[in-house]
Design a protein around this ligand. Structure first.
Ligand SMILES: NC(=O)C1=CN([C@@H]2O[C@H](COP(=O)(O)OP(=O)(O)OC[C@H]3O[C@@H](n4cnc5c(N)ncnc54)[C@H](OP(=O)(O)O)[C@@H]3O)[C@@H](O)[C@H]2O)C=CC1
Ligand SMILES: [Cu+2]
Length: 398
């Protein structure tokens, strides 16, 4: 590939850095996608491969050679190989000495190995600077350019210079590096892609507690109280009417909880006089799960609509059962149905609908999490800035 002279772009600060050569070990899906992206951003790419001649489908302009030859071309080496195959790196200890190794690997299970892949790599090839990065970005997202929602790249490593250089690369790819500290954090970073619903726990428990609470409140008010006082049997309200009272209450409460943290955050910022300070952890966490709270609220509102539509059907069901019983009585058949079945059948309708709804909700919400393309962390109104504080314009010199 023809090298572009630095003078051609006197105004772009990083143009000289971008001429850097980066080495990628492994010509698999991820290696190729990352290589293509880097080529597009102006880096020269050298692939290391077991079979350099047979490697096909590589991005145009990239070179391919043996692992040891490729390693000599660059001091940043991205290891796009699965952890199980790291062994071959021990033979390259000499060539790799002093270089920056970027571990991008993921596991299939949470805590699959006693130590994180990045720490394992560091033990395997001592004398190198291992940096964990890119593991939360998928090959698919790199290729399709669907990175809009997940531009954050979690980074950790023990050598701060090495980390800084990898962060520069990440930035020049148009992504946002997020420093997670030393290599000990690698374990946590490797677990991220395996957490299906990272921010759903709290909203889920909260809505469960709300539902149970309001359900029992309504049961006491509308079933137990009339029974104790007037000996009236109101149990038929249990399957439809009472849930239909609980759902809108839960939906509105959750909706309020979606907007409340924003207001608290705004007040806090006014009070502090700056928006460049971290919120307390509880507020931060609350802000981060607003989207989930909102989705659950929407779910309850949807259930409320369904149940409201079901109420007329309820009378219809009762009417059919009664009709059947009467017909059977007339034709003197044995009656297998008692009147209590009317609300039993209602509960089946309700349960079926609840199940179906949960299924749909799970399906919709798991899709983006699984494909890793949505980064829930980005859904907050007031973002904690990810750049160092002294780079903020108004803080200079203070
Ligand atoms: N695919 C994805 O979306 C993502 C992948 N990752 C990580 O990137 C790494 C690579 O993933 P991916 O590209 O999908 O995997 P692939 O299986 O597609 O590629 C792995 C590459 O490793 C090389 N390799 C070296 N030694 C061996 C060996 N003994 N046996 C088999 N292959 C070997 C091969 O390259 P060659 O034949 O040239 O030697 C092979 O192409 C993994 O650690 C994965 O966890 C991280 C984030 C996302
Ligand atoms: Cu209503």
């Amino acid at each position: 590939m023809e090298k572009i002279s630095t003078d051609a772009f006197p105004l772009t600060m990083h143009s000289s850095e971008k001429q850097e050569t980066i080495c990628i070990f492994g010509t698999g899906d991820f290696g190729r996608s990352l290589g293509l992206k880097m080529l597009q951003c102006g880096y020269s790419i050298v692939f290391g491969s077991r079979t350099p001649r047979m490697s096909s489908l590589l991005p145009n302009g990239a070179e391919v050679m043996s692992y040891s030859d490729a390693a000599q071309k660059s001091d940043i080496i991205i290891i796009a190989v699965h952890r199980e195959h790291y062994d071959f790196l021990t033979e390259l200890t000499e060539v790799l000495n002093g270089k920056i190794l970027v571990d991008v690997s993921n596991n299939l299970k949470i805590n699959q190995y006693p130590e994180s892949n990045a720490e394992y790599l560091a033990q395997l090839v001592p004398g190198t600077h291992v940096v964990k990065a890119f593991n939360t970005i998928s090959a698919w997202a790199l290729q399709s350019g669907a990175l809009d929602a997940s531009r954050q790249v979690f980074i950790c490593g023990n050598d701060s210079k090495a980390k800084q250089r990898v962060m520069d690369v990440v930035r020049s790819l148009g992504l946002t590096p997020l420093d997670k500290g030393s290599l000990v954090a690698a374990n946590e970073i490797e677990n991220y892609p395996l957490q299906l619903f990272p921010m759903w726990k709290f909203p889920f428990y909260l809505s469960a507690v709300l539902c149970v609470f309001f359900f029992f409140y309504c049961v006491i008010r509308e079933v137990i109280y009339p029974y104790v006082h007037e000996k009236r049997d109101r149990t038929f309200r249990l399957p439809i009417s009472i849930p239909n009272r609980v759902f809108p209450i839960a939906a509105l409460t959750l909706l309020a909880l979606v907007y409340l943290p924003g207001v608290i955050a705004a007040i806090l910022q006014l009070y502090r006089g700056t928006k460049y300070r971290r919120f307390p952890d509880w507020l931060d966490h609350w802000m981060l799960c607003r989207k989930q709270l909102g989705l659950i609220a929407l779910g309850f509102a949807f259930l409320h609509v369904l149940y409201t539509l079901v109420i007329p059907i309820r009378y219809y069901v009762r009417w059919t059962w009664n009709n059947r019983t009467v017909t059977q009585a007339i034709t003197k058949k044995e009656d297998p149905f008692s009147t209590t079945t009317s609300w039993l059948s209602d509960s089946y309708v309700a349960l079926g609908m609840l199940g179906f709804f949960l299924f749909v909700l799970l399906g919709i919400t798991s899709l983006p999490s699984v494909s890793n393309t949505v980064n829930w962390r980005e859904f907050r109104f007031v973002q904690t800035p990810s750049w160092p504080r002294d780079e903020l314009p108004h803080m200079k010199g203070s």
